[in-house]
Design a binder for this molecule. Structure first.
Ligand SMILES: Nc1ncnc2c1ncn2[C@@H]1O[C@H](COP(=O)(O)OP(=O)(O)OP(=O)(O)O)[C@@H](O)[C@H]1O
Length: 616
């Protein structure tokens, strides 16, 4: 079922700020329309039955207190005769209306239960859909977004803030049910005395102005709360992730202070928000009492003496008004709560915005194999607009060859290599693969044919097998074993308590730096990549580990196009091309021997490493 609103109505709705504010959430409902409609139908039916129930109770009381009086009638013939049994005896009427009270109560309870059930289901489905949307957004964003954003902020958005928004849905449901009851009551009051209703409406209008200014305060406090929560999660996450450094630097006191500050900020912000919220209901009730007196005054001083209102009418009016007051209070409370969720709304909305974020343009061409070469044509790149990290890079990486990148720390080697899997796109110039711009290729197909073995390989909370076969479906057991063997990882894996089934990562066995690297090599081998990027470890490994890794890297490199970032010159002597980078510029390129003969920068590095190795 698809409801298409007429264009003027749509334009009107889009123009109202409510719609604009909540559109990004409300549009999620189209994914679970049935659940939302059932929630609305059940809750509304329960509200209608509540009204009927009150009527039937009135009929019971009437039958008990005035058995001989004319029975209460609605004026609807069939309803009065068949349901209220107005023509029957007093005792039968009493029995009939009592049975109706019981029946409507049971039915109402059943409907209320179903209504709650569907409201909750809709609420949690909304949470589920929203978190999926946030996750999709994170998947689509360029890596540069993550380097600029604290992990804690993102974790907070995905958990607390999305959760707050789902709670807001419950409040919206309150608006819906209580709001409809309020309308029904208002209509009946209007019918009883329009003069009294007019003055009530005016006084309620004044009340609304008072409450609105409070809502402004709550909204502001909610932004502060979201900010404090973001900071709190970031501090906690950094403490947990950096626990080794915290302990190594005996920084417990420093971290405790940071955490205490963040917690205190959160405490203060939440208290401020709740304090403003708590004011809403008493203010609402206080003003409502004045309204009551105003009505009494108007009735007794003007309307009753003038014969415009009967005392019975006034009593009924007051009876309905008294029932309406708590609903009104609840609605004000709900408005206050909704304001307190504003911070969360804007947090998630900001994260989902697409106009202020960088996305990688995806191409359509499927990449299958490198045929000729990767070419960098006058490539510039900067992580931000102010600082250019790579300048005018002109480089050809031929198929099947090994190209080594050399240079001092911070020269831009990793950055240059990161442009090939499109972790980032050049800010100027182009990169071509076999003469076609890299951006024309489908990113997934390109990355499937590419493997990066880097210094900081991430080990997932999973078994050794699943870590090697990460994200691959239906992997042959033997292939995993063979990859591990070629990566020289088999020996240490077999020594682990449960071999390939041993759990790794945070809650499992921790691997050494060398073991982690060999696992990364096995992971890359299993993917059988066409292009390989090797980011050599800067940390020193013992000579046995180094030899094992070197051996496995050589096996991995065979028959592939390799871009190697090297810190030890010994590993690149046999490279087909050596590229020397300094401060983001290519200074020299050629074979190792050619560059040595030039007596330029590579020669200097060569001399330096030679001296160091002689010293040690
Ligand atoms: N995510 C990032 N955001 C901003 N600047 C960055 C980022 N990554 C690296 N840089 C900067 O870019 C420059 C090049 O860094 P890069 O990591 O490419 O150097 P490198 O030659 O690989 O160094 P190393 O040998 O130490 O790994 C450095 O000045 C670094 O500070």
């Amino acid at each position: 079922m698809h409801i298409k609103l007429p264009t003027p109505v749509r334009n009107f709705l889009v123009a109202t700020s409510f719609w604009k504010e909540y559109y990004f959430i409300l549009r999620e409902f189209k994914h679970f329309r049935q659940i939302a409609i059932l929630a609305a139908v059940f809750t509304l039916s329960a509200a209608v039955l509540e009204g009927f129930g009150v009527g039937f109770i009135l009929a019971v009381l009437h039958s008990v207190l005035n058995p001989n009086a004319k029975p209460i009638q609605t004026g609807v013939g069939w309803f009065d005769v068949w349901i209220l049994a107005v023509n029957a005896s007093a005792s039968e009427r009493l029995f009939r209306s009592s049975a109706l009270v019981l029946l409507t109560t049971l039915l109402r309870l059943g409907l209320t239960y179903l209504g709650r059930l569907y409201v909750f289901t809709a609420q949690y489905t909304l949470g589920y859909r929203l978190s999926l949307r946030v996750f999709e957004q994170l998947q689509a964003l360029s890596l540069s977004f993550f380097t600029k954003t604290r992990a804690g902020n993102l974790v907070n958005s995905l958990t607390s803030e999305v959760n707050q928004i789902t709670m807001a849905f419950d409040v919206l449901a309150t608006f819906f049910t209580r709001g409809s009851t309020l309308i029904a009551y208002t209509l009946s009051m209007f019918m009883l005395s329009w003069q009294l209703m007019l003055i009530t409406a005016m006084l309620f209008g004044l009340l609304s102005v008072g409450i609105t200014s409070l809502l402004g305060q709550i909204r502001e406090a909610s932004f502060a709360t979201t900010k404090a929560r973001r900071w709190y999660v970031s501090v906690a996450l950094e403490f947990i992730n950096g626990i080794r450094t915290v302990q190594a630097f005996a920084a417990q006191d420093f971290e405790r202070k940071r955490f205490q500050d963040a917690s205190l900020q959160l405490l203060q912000a939440s208290t401020k928000s709740r304090a403003a919220q708590a004011l809403v209901e008493p203010v609402s009730e206080g003003i409502a009492t004045f309204i009551l007196f105003g009505i009494l005054f108007l009735a007794f001083a003007v309307l009753i003496p003038n014969g415009q209102l009967q005392p019975a009418g006034l009593l009924t009016f007051l009876f309905v008004l008294l029932r309406l007051m708590p609903i009104r209070r609840q609605l004000d409370g709900a408005r206050a709560k909704l304001s307190s969720f504003q911070g969360s709304f804007s947090n998630v909305k900001e994260l989902l915005r697409t106009d202020n974020k960088t996305y990688l343009r995806n191409g359509k061409l499927q990449f299958s194999k490198l045929q000729r070469a990767i070419e960098f044509v006058s490539v510039d790149f900067g992580y931000d607009k102010k600082h250019t990290v790579l300048h005018n890079i002109k480089l050809t990486i031929n198929r099947g060859e090994m190209t080594a990148l050399v240079g001092s720390s911070g020269a831009g080697k990793t950055t240059l290599a990161d442009l090939i899997p499109r972790f980032y796109d050049p800010t100027q110039g182009q990169i071509f693969i076999d003469g076609i711009d890299l951006q024309e290729y489908d990113i997934k197909s390109l990355r499937r044919k590419l493997a990066v073995v880097s210094q900081d390989t991430f080990i997932f909370n999973a078994s050794v097998r699943d870590n090697i076969a990460y994200a691959l479906e239906e992997v042959d057991e033997e292939a995993v074993w063979e990859a591990a063997r070629l990566a020289n990882a088999l020996e240490f894996i077999q020594k682990l308590p449960e071999g390939f089934d041993t759990q790794l990562g945070e809650r499992g066995v921790r691997l050494s730096g060398g073991q982690r690297q060999r696992l990364a090599i096995a992971r890359a081998l299993l993917r059988d990549p066409d292009i390989l990027i090797l980011d050599e470890a800067t940390s020193a490994l013992d000579s046995v580990s180094e030899r094992l890794i070197q051996e496995s890297l050589e096996k991995l490199s065979q028959g592939r196009t390799v871009i190697a970032i090297a810190h030890r010159l010994s590993t690149i002597v046999r490279a087909d091309k050596v590229v020397v980078l300094e401060q983001g510029r290519i200074l020299e390129q050629g074979t190792y021997q050619e560059l040595l003969q030039q007596r330029g920068n590579l020669w200097k590095y060569h001399q330096m490493q030679h001296e160091v190795s002689q010293l040690s």
